[in-house]
Design a protein around this ligand. Structure first.
Ligand SMILES: [Zn+2]
Ligand SMILES: [Zn+2]
Length: 302
């Protein structure tokens, strides 16, 4: 029997840990400075059982650690703190594309310059903003093929109803990265795969599931359908500007996956910033002063 496999890039490995709506909501609260179980329940609007289950998983994964004293709750570990660029790039996308989507927003202040700012996805070598069309990618030494184990363990319905008061906690970017299937469709588009059958081969999704994800991404204006044959009834799926702007989030996830899950052989994908010729390294920077953003010099305000 031949097992069908898909590309296991570091995005895939990172999503194995964080590609879940409740997990993303809990991590957001952790970056906003929450520690205690009740604060996570209050902050995410999730059911207590869901919060409890995900906190346990995040501790097992090494992203959160439980404090010795019960009332001190949970804190981001070193591994968890390196998700900071992912959190920043998600916020950036929310602010640019769905600023009113959640009924509340997080304001960022760069302590080094004192200004309210937006994080900018710059190249750490040339300090220019990264445009996905200026990035070359090639298979790296650690590229592996895996048989995807799609399971139903993720409680999307519980998460989709996450509300705080009457404010929705889940918007397009959280829904997307909380769902590995939808993320794989977007990954396919970024890597030059645009037709239904080709995306199906790249992701090994059941066709009805793929059709459902494509429908939702079209409704969210992340992708658009472009006819490619003379008959106008065959479509390719192309990222919209809004969809293309998800690139820094994918890149941040990829770097996190490379940092924590790459094996001895090296990273599965090699990215080059064509603008400067250096290997690509995302450095979130301050829109006001251009300085590098770190967890220590950045303040979040709700
Ligand atoms: Zn560069
Ligand atoms: Zn600044």
């Amino acid at each position: 029997m031949i097992h069908q496999t898909i590309r296991a890039c570091s995005i895939w490995r990172a999503l194995d840990v964080v590609g879940d709506v409740p997990v993303l909501l809990i991590l957001e609260q952790a970056f906003l400075g929450q520690h205690r179980f009740d604060e996570f329940v209050e902050g995410t609007g999730l059911a207590r059982s869901v919060v409890s289950n995900r906190l346990t998983k995040l501790v097992e994964a090494g992203v959160l650690a439980k404090a010795a004293q019960r009332q001190k709750g949970y804190a981001l570990t070193g591994m968890g703190r390196t998700l900071f660029p992912v959190a920043l790039m998600i916020l950036r996308w929310q602010h640019r594309w769905e600023p009113a989507g959640r009924g509340f927003s997080v304001r960022l202040v760069h302590r080094d310059c004192g200004h309210a700012m937006e994080p900018v996805p710059n190249c750490s070598a040339c300090h220019r903003e990264i445009d996905p069309r200026e990035v070359d990618w090639a298979p790296g030494p650690g590229l592996a093929q895996v048989t995807p184990a799609y399971t139903r363990r993720r409680q999307q319905t519980a998460a989709a109803s996450a509300k705080r008061g009457n404010r929705t906690m889940v918007d397009s970017v959280i829904e997307l990265f909380g769902d590995r299937w939808a993320t794989l469709v977007v990954r396919a588009c970024f890597t030059g795969i645009h037709r239904f059958d080709d995306i199906q081969r790249d992701t090994l999704m059941a066709t009805n599931i793929l059709a459902g994800r494509i429908e939702r991404l079209l409704a969210q204006d992340i992708i658009r359908a472009v006819p490619y044959s003379a008959h106008q009834d065959r479509f390719e799926y192309r990222l919209t500007r809004k969809g293309r702007d998800l690139y820094p989030v994918l890149l941040a996830l990829l770097q996190w996956g490379d940092a924590w899950f790459a094996d001895d052989k090296g990273p599965p994908l090699l990215l080059t910033h064509r603008t400067c010729g250096h290997s690509l390294d995302l450095a979130p920077s301050c829109s006001a002063c251009g300085g590098a953003l770190s967890i220590a010099n950045t303040a979040f305000e709700v």
